[in-house]
Design a protein around this ligand. Structure first.
Ligand code: SF4
Ligand code: SF4
Length: 88
């Protein structure tokens, strides 16, 4: 199935708690095997199957770590657009 969303994770903001990995319904996040500058395993997107649901954004305790994007298909009316992160 084509991805309907996309997620980016700022490695410098992530504390490696794993909440987003546990909460993602399609399990498309994982903790990287390598350590970040903070000495934790940061979350990363596997690159597949994100639905843009935003659950990872809402469960992440670190502001600015996760940004979720919805992939908008203009020919389909009613599809949500934009992203879940607040404007800075
Ligand atoms: S937006 Fe939803 S599907 Fe995409 S990575 Fe976050 S929890 Fe998973
Ligand atoms: S919930 Fe936030 S801080 Fe925790 S692993 Fe995911 S991106 Fe990192």
């Amino acid at each position: 199935m084509a991805a309907r969303g996309k997620v980016t994770i700022e490695t410098e903001e992530c504390k490696g708690c794993g909440l987003c990995v546990e909460s993602c319904p399609p399990k498309c996040l994982e903790l990287a095997p390598e350590l970040s500058a903070y000495g934790v395993h940061p979350a990363r997107y596997t690159g597949q199957a994100c639905t843009g649901c935003g659950i990872c954004f809402y469960c992440c305790p670190e502001p600015g770590a996760i940004t979720v994007y919805c992939i908008v298909t203009p020919t389909k009316p009613g599809v949500r657009g934009g992203h879940h992160a607040p404007a800075l």
